[in-house]
Design a protein around this ligand. Structure first.
Ligand SMILES: CC(C)(COP(=O)(O)OP(=O)(O)OC[C@H]1O[C@@H](n2cnc3c(N)ncnc32)[C@H](O)[C@@H]1OP(=O)(O)O)[C@@H](O)C(=O)NCCC(=O)NCCS
Length: 387
């Protein structure tokens, strides 16, 4: 297998993009990534597009062909493949592109992610998202994702004494980080009081404990590591790209106070990379709800199980803390266009490792990690990236 590098990244602004179509969004992100790598579209040998639910959100399927066509690549006849794993679709598109380059099958690959969610009403969007749970045993009886993660939060609070304030601090921190990110959907700073007095969604989770409904796209250009300097002076190398699965429904899990697929994917990633948890300088983790970030920092091995809440409240996961988590604002404040999130996480880490994250910069960052979850943990993708 060959080593792989990221030589170009692009990401649209996230939010309610009434004035941009699904096609506009992925073309914008793709062109930014190609410009960043200083290559033209005709050099691209394969495309992987992460997308969860365009059939429901914009009534468009066959997204692989659409992306290649509207990127002006139909006459090149390159392979263009849609990748779907619910909210982990972007992370999986990145991993698919990495495997394609590592295997020697292709040299220049674009992995992208796209979702346009706000063209339908909230009720339809929430039902589309619920199709990533077990439709027969969870969604059909009303267990939407806020409901499922609320159960995880209650169990975590019961087992480890995690408090309402600790959950809220995840949102406070991520809104603070998002306030410094020009791409973020929400750039307002909030307090613990704002979070715990916001409208109840699924007890104990409130509006500010939830990631929003978002439009957006992101893209990354991948090449063999030994060719990376043909394209950029600042290649970012893939040290590991791992994936793990678990039961799709929450009630079949060994435990609901963590996500076992995260533990497995992280263990595999650190083993492949030959690195320790303490080597990670910055991480983007899947904070679809505040409890999800607390479980993630524990399951990834950054903090002992049950101590993610106190560590968050103590500022250990904020910029300037022991391990800055979600400097982009995370899913909570930067936004969560589900199919694009995994690629956006990689874009943020690439910018951090290049030293281009401006006010959000983690000084001296050399190694970063991304963690992308599908559903309530049925799929998890972890990447470790290095300067
Ligand atoms: C939380 C949620 C139910 C709110 O939806 P909603 O009630 O329809 O919210 P609206 O779009 O009507 O927005 C109402 C207000 O809240 C704000 N808002 C919406 N979602 C927000 C969020 N997650 N955090 C903070 N503010 C939010 C809006 O900007 C709007 O503010 P305004 O009145 O000042 O313009 C919805 O965002 C949701 O379902 N989130 C979870 C998504 C999800 O499950 N993703 C997959 C995870 S696995």
């Amino acid at each position: 297998m060959r080593d792989v590098a990221i030589v170009g990244v692009g990401c649209t602004k996230f939010g309610e993009m009434w004035h941009k179509s699904f096609r506009d969004l992925f073309i914008e992100a793709g062109v930014m990534a190609l410009d960043d790598a200083e290559i033209s579209g005709v050099q691209v040998e394969a495309l992987y597009g992460g997308n969860m639910s365009s059939g429901i959100f914009v009534e468009q399927e066959h997204v692989g062909a659409l992306i290649s066509d509207y990127s002006g690549l139909s006459t090149s006849n390159i392979p263009s493949t849609r990748v779907e794993a619910a909210c982990a679709s972007g992370g999986l598109a990145l991993r698919s592109g990495i495997i394609a380059v590592a295997s020697g099958y292709h040299d220049i690959v674009v992995s992208a992610g796209i979702e346009k969610m706000t063209d339908v009403g909230a009720e339809k969007a929430i039902d589309a998202l619920a199709s990533a749970a077990d439709r027969e045993w969870e969604a059909a009886v009303g267990a939407t994702f806020p409901g499922l993660y609320a159960m995880m939060a209650r169990a975590h609070m019961h087992e480890f004494g995690t408090t309402r304030e600790q959950l809220a601090q995840v949102a406070v921190k991520n809104h603070y980080h998002g306030s410094m990110n020009p791409r973020a959907q929400f750039r307002n700073s909030v307090t613990i009081d704002t979070v715990i007095s916001s409208p109840l969604v699924a007890d104990p989770l409130r509006l500010y404990d939830c990631s929003p409904i978002t439009d957006g796209a992101a893209a990354a250009v991948l090449v063999p590591a030994d060719r990376a300097r043909e394209f950029t002076d600042t290649p970012i190398y893939i040290k590991a790209a791992t994936q793990a699965s678990d039961t799709i429904s929450l009630h079949d899990r060994r435990s609901i106070t963590g996500i076992d697929a995260t533990v497995v994917a992280a263990d595999r990633a650190f083993k492949i990379a030959g690195l320790q948890r303490a080597d990670i300088d910055v991480a983007e983790v899947h904070d679809c709800f505040t409890i999800a970030e607390i479980m993630a920092v524990e399951d990834l091995g950054f903090f002992e199980k049950g101590t993610g809440g106190p560590a968050t409240l103590d500022g250990e996961t904020a910029l300037g803390g022991r391990i800055p988590i979600n400097t982009s604002g995370g899913l909570k404040a930067c936004g969560h266009p589900v199919g694009a999130t995994g690629i956006k996480q990689a874009v943020e880490i690439v910018e951090q490792l290049r030293g281009e994250a401006q006010k959000r910069q983690v000084h001296g960052a050399e190694i970063g990690l991304t963690h992308n979850v599908g559903g309530s943990g049925g799929t998890v993708v972890v990447h470790i990236l290095s300067r």
